[in-house]
Design a protein around this ligand. Structure first.
Ligand code: NAP
Length: 171
């Protein structure tokens, strides 16, 4: 090997051994890309927690106990406005029919149905089970159950008569 070839070979060897830093920008680029991919994946995974998607109620069967007034009726209206089929559950049939008419005003399509079920949810379990089964036969399986049946009595504890207290607990 001539001296020129030896020098050239030495330089090539030196460059080969000491030029790893030339790869540094590519390595950094890879690291940054990996971080970006990981960040996007993380965002994708936690996005349902940051901005939960609204439930799709279109066509769903929603049963609302205590649906003939107050909070229950309000929720029933909101679900109906989103395309749900509603079963209103309460005791007073007239009140139920009035609520049904009110809820129906918010239909978004002509297939929607509001069913009324008159039953005391604090009484016989079998009776409640039967009426819910009947509702399911008409409107399909229950997709969502909203329990608002109850009575709120507003009074000071020490001033409340025992009977009224009992009613609020039984309901
Ligand atoms: N409004 C509030 O600020 C508030 C706050 C916290 C908690 N709550 C609770 O949320 C629930 C609803 O309150 P609300 O203000 O909407 O009362 P609401 O207007 O009096 O409505 C109660 C509904 O439940 C029905 N219901 C009561 N007892 C029933 C039973 N045994 N079986 C079946 N249906 C029954 C009622 O109809 P029928 O009487 O015809 O059965 C009615 O549809 C209550 O339990 C209340 O204590 C209310």
């Amino acid at each position: 090997m001539s001296s020129e070839e030896a020098v050239s070979s030495t330089i090539t060897d030196w460059l080969f051994i000491h030029s790893w830093w030339l790869l540094l920008p590519f390595i950094m680029l890879l690291v940054v890309a990996a971080f970006i991919v990981a960040f996007v994946l993380l965002l994708y995974m936690i996005s349902p927690l940051i901005s939960p998607k609204p439930l799709k109620l279109n066509g769903a069967h929603v049963v609302v106990t205590g649906g003939s007034s107050g909070i229950g009726k309000g929720i029933a209206i909101e679900c109906y406005r989103q395309g749900a089929f509603i079963t209103l559950v309460a005791r007073d049939e007239e009140k139920l029919l009035r609520a049904k008419k009110e809820v129906e005003k918010y239909a978004i399509n002509d297939k929607q149905v509001v069913l009324c079920v008159s039953v005391d949810v604090s009484s016989d379990y079998t009776q409640v089970e039967n009426v819910i089964k009947q509702a399911q036969e008409k409107l399909g399986p229950v997709d969502m159950l909203i329990n608002c049946a109850g009575t709120a009595i507003s009074a000071k504890f020490e001033e409340m008569e025992v009977e009224r207290f009992k009613v609020s607990n039984d309901n």
